[in-house]
Design a protein around this ligand. Structure first.
Ligand SMILES: [Mg+2]
Length: 293
């Protein structure tokens, strides 16, 4: 990459981060008991919309890309720990990982210890991966490699990494025109994803009726188990079929309920590359901090 294309790549990654963080903060507002009616009536939350761990970790990824033009797992692990704000709604595994690394355990060992020694197959690698694809626009192979590295810092299980790969590849593919729409996007993502339940879910998602969001949420899961396989296929389904409207994409995604800050973060990070983030939504979101190199 020459200097000019690095700057363009970083601008794209920052743009994806805006989409991701608006989605994260939007979805997070619909965990209240009256969420279903408010989603049905498309009632926007009262500002400010605070972002959560999805955004906080994605900020570290964008900073890493800005500083090194690639993901160095040692450096990314340090950034995750430095930025860690426990009140941002991290999952249990992430809290455990942060505590272990802060206490001096090497990050790889801390990652292997999670989920009873299997390594995490949670959706945390995927929730922060879209900006990687935006940075490596049109280069799905590189996006897949860097996404795997970015996830491996906290997600030692191959499924935790597969979800991140799928999301980064989708973001990479839609960041150049003409991009594959709908089912074609899902089919183009598939060969990059290592075999396993996440990939099988994406395959199933490609066969579902684009208009049947509730059926998709039921069949694929919408993150209720906060793992890659029950989060990534539904998020990709929602993104792929709503690339031309950020608002439609996010209302559709949040209607699946489930792990809605994360599904909306994933979708927002992808769909920001193909449609406008509404200004009102950007203004409602809690501001992002200054990014460091
Ligand atoms: Mg979150």
């Amino acid at each position: 990459m020459g200097k000019a294309s690095i700057a363009v790549g970083l601008a794209r990654a920052v743009h994806s981060l805006h989409g991701l963080s608006v989605g994260d903060a939007f979805g997070e507002r619909y965990f209240r008991p009256d969420a279903a009616e408010r989603i049905q009536g498309r009632v926007l939350p009262e500002p400010p919309w605070s972002w959560t761990d999805d955004t906080e970790m994605a900020i570290s990824i964008v900073e890493e890309l800005g500083a090194r033009r690639r993901i160095d797992p040692d450096s990314l692990a340090r950034r995750f720990v430095e930025r860690y704000t426990p009140q941002r709604g991290y999952g249990g595994g992430a809290h455990d990982w942060m505590a272990a690394v802060r206490a001096g355990t090497p990050w790889a060992q801390a990652a292997r210890q999670l989920f009873d020694g299997q390594g995490s197959y949670g959706n945390g690698g995927a929730m922060r991966a879209a900006p990687i694809g935006a940075f490596f626009a049109g280069d799905p192979q590189r996006a897949a490699e860097e996404a795997r590295l970015s996830a491996s810092v906290t997600h030692a299980h191959p499924e935790g990494q597969a979800g991140a790969i799928a999301i980064a590849v989708a973001a990479s593919l839609v960041s150049v025109r003409p991009h594959p729409p709908g089912k074609a996007l899902l089919e183009e993502v598939l060969p990059w994803v290592p075999p396993g339940p996440t990939r099988e879910g994406i395959q199933a998602a490609a066969e579902l009726d684009p208009a049947s969001t509730q059926e998709a949420a039921r069949r694929l899961g919408a993150g209720g188990r906060v793992c890659s396989e029950d989060t990534v296929p539904f998020a990709l389904f929602c993104a792929a079929h709503h690339l031309t409207s950020y608002e439609e994409a996010l209302w559709t995604t949040v209607s699946g309920l489930g792990d809605r800050d994360t599904t909306c973060a994933i979708v927002g990070g992808i769909v920001a590359m193909t449609s406008e983030i509404p200004l009102e939504w950007l203004k409602a979101r809690e501001p992002l901090p200054d990014l460091h190199g």
